[in-house]
Design a protein around this ligand. Structure first.
Ligand code: UD1
Ligand code: CA
Length: 453
């Protein structure tokens, strides 16, 4: 197999987005659209990627970082001109150059892999990915001879009426042999209606050489659609989203309502897990099997074990074990780790805390900066007082601790193994293990107070 290098054209401004952000950095499926293209190229086997940038090039480079090389096309003089900017980088490369656009985030890696495989199999100098469409308006048309051999590509604006009637279009995705590409690029001119250097002219030039040009038709034309406006971005988001949901369902996940479920591409979910409506699962999130997630929940960059339920809750940057119950109305903030069998909710916030096996925080509590052992029971309305106005302090609750309702735990403080804290206490000193900590005013009753007042 020869080496594959991807060239991603992303110099266009994307005027119709009406944005200060370069078009290719607009997010779709949880990633900048150009990232989706790079990922597809990598899946197809590209070992190196070069992004041709223009408008907002610095932010494209800052966002994508070291995964690609960058070449600036200062003036957008056409797709051929854009690829010419990469010529010097290609001098020492011996292999296949795949040209792609940075605004086609629906492309599948499998489709590019097929194009590359066919290109190698046929030993063509160039292979173009084409599509047969009902309305070809605006696209370059693929012109073939009587035997079906590709002769050239003619742009809509340069096409005569006979050529315009052709419904096989150029998707703008190609594989080229490096030597053939550079040689043909040196021959193209801007003698056309738009005064641009067309990459498509390379196809016409190579078609006249001895090593022929091939065309591969894409199975699903939708994959090659470019994004030019926010409406198209939203439409494409829907397509990507559905694709992910279908994949999950094919692997045994139940999605109750496709229209109100949002799951990022990288998310993994085990079989027999049910996702209820109005649920977002984002970033690097892993969920086990036999879970119930949602309704109305948002989970970001978290891992969840098996048989866990999360109802009406928000969790980010957390680890949640097996058979855990979360919600309703729980906020799990970063660095929260819930061990197996934990119960959290209703109306509970947990931050930067470890909660040991089988511990329960069932109602109306704030647990922050806490190390909680196993089998701890937290009464309703318990607050860890973790912040003194300057610093955060930790609370330690050892195994089997019982905290009565409406307790304040003023950190730093430790409640020892098996100890109890009486309801309504404000605990400022450590409670030894097996002891009862009581810290509240004694009750006195004033007889006949109502009639005397
Ligand atoms: C191009 C093809 C056309 C094909 C269509 C598919 C040419 C001449 N025509 O037309 O055959 O049917 O794509 O969508 O190639 N770009 C640069 N620098 C430039 C010009 C373009 O980076 O100087 C980038 C753009 O940002 C864009 C992509 O290349 O992502 C395509 O450019 P665009 O002007 O949209 O090409 P089309 O005219 O649509
Ligand atoms: Ca276009």
């Amino acid at each position: 197999m020869s080496d594959l290098l991807a060239v991603v054209l992303a110099a266009g401004k994307g005027t119709r987005m009406k944005s200060t952000l370069p078009k290719v950095l607009h997010r779709i499926g949880g990633k900048p659209m150009v990232q989706q293209v790079l990922d597809a190229a990598t899946k197809a086997g590209a070992k190196r990627s070069v992004v041709v940038v223009g408008f907002g090039g610095e932010s494209v480079e800052a966002t994508l970082g070291a995964q690609a090389e960058y070449v600036v096309q200062a003036e957008q003089l056409g797709t051929g001109h854009a690829v010419m900017q990469v010529s010097s980088l290609l001098q020492d490369f011996d292999g296949t150059v795949m040209v792609l656009y940075g605004d086609t985030p629906l492309l599948r890696g499998e489709t590019l892999a097929k194009l590359f495989a066919e290109h190698q199999r046929s030993k063509a100098s160039a292979t173009v990915l084409t599509a047969c469409v009902i309305d070809p308006t605006g696209y370059g048309r693929v012109i073939r001879d009587d035997s079906g051999q590709v002769l050239k590509i003619v742009e809509q604006k340069d096409a005569d009426s006979q050529e315009r009637a052709i419904n096989e279009i150029n998707t703008g995705i190609y594989c080229f042999e490096r030597v053939a590409l550079l040689e043909a690029l040196s021959k193209i001119t801007c003698n056309n209606i738009q005064g641009e250097y067309y990459l498509t002219d390379v196809i016409g030039i190579l078609a006249q050489s001895e090593v022929k040009v091939r065309a591969v038709q894409v199975e699903d034309y939708e994959e090659t659609l470019g994004i030019n406006s926010r409406v198209q971005l939203a439409d494409a988001e829907k397509i990507l989203r559905r694709r992910k949901l279908v994949d999950l369902m094919d692997h045994g996940v139940t999605i109750m309502d496709i229209d109100s479920t949002f799951i990022d591409a990288e998310v993994c979910i085990g079989p027999d897990t049910i996702i209820y409506p109005f649920t977002w699962i984002e970033g690097q999130t892993t969920i086990g099997s036999n879970c119930e997630i949602g309704p109305s929940s948002r989970i970001q960059n978290s891992s969840i074990g098996d048989q866990t339920t999360v109802h009406f809750s928000y969790a980010h940057d957390c680890q949640i074990g097996n058979r855990v119950t979360v919600g309703p109305y729980v906020h799990l903030r970063p660095n929260t780790c819930l061990a197996d069998g934990v119960k959290v909710g209703n109306f509970v916030e947990v931050k930067n805390s470890q909660v040991g096996t089988g511990s329960k925080i069932p109602h109306l509590s704030y647990i922050g900066d806490t190390d909680m052992g196993a089998g701890v029971n937290i009464g309703s309305g318990t607050i860890t007082v973790n912040y003194d106005g300057k610093h955060k302090h930790r609370t330690t609750l050892e195994d089997g601790v019982f905290i009565g309702c409406n307790t304040n735990l003023v950190a730093p403080v430790t409640v020892g193994k098996g100890a109890y804290v009486a309801a309504g206490s404000t605990i400022t000193k450590d409670v030894p293990s097996e002891a009862l900590g009581v810290a509240r005013a004694r009750q006195s009753n004033i007889d006949g107070w109502v009639t005397k007042k």
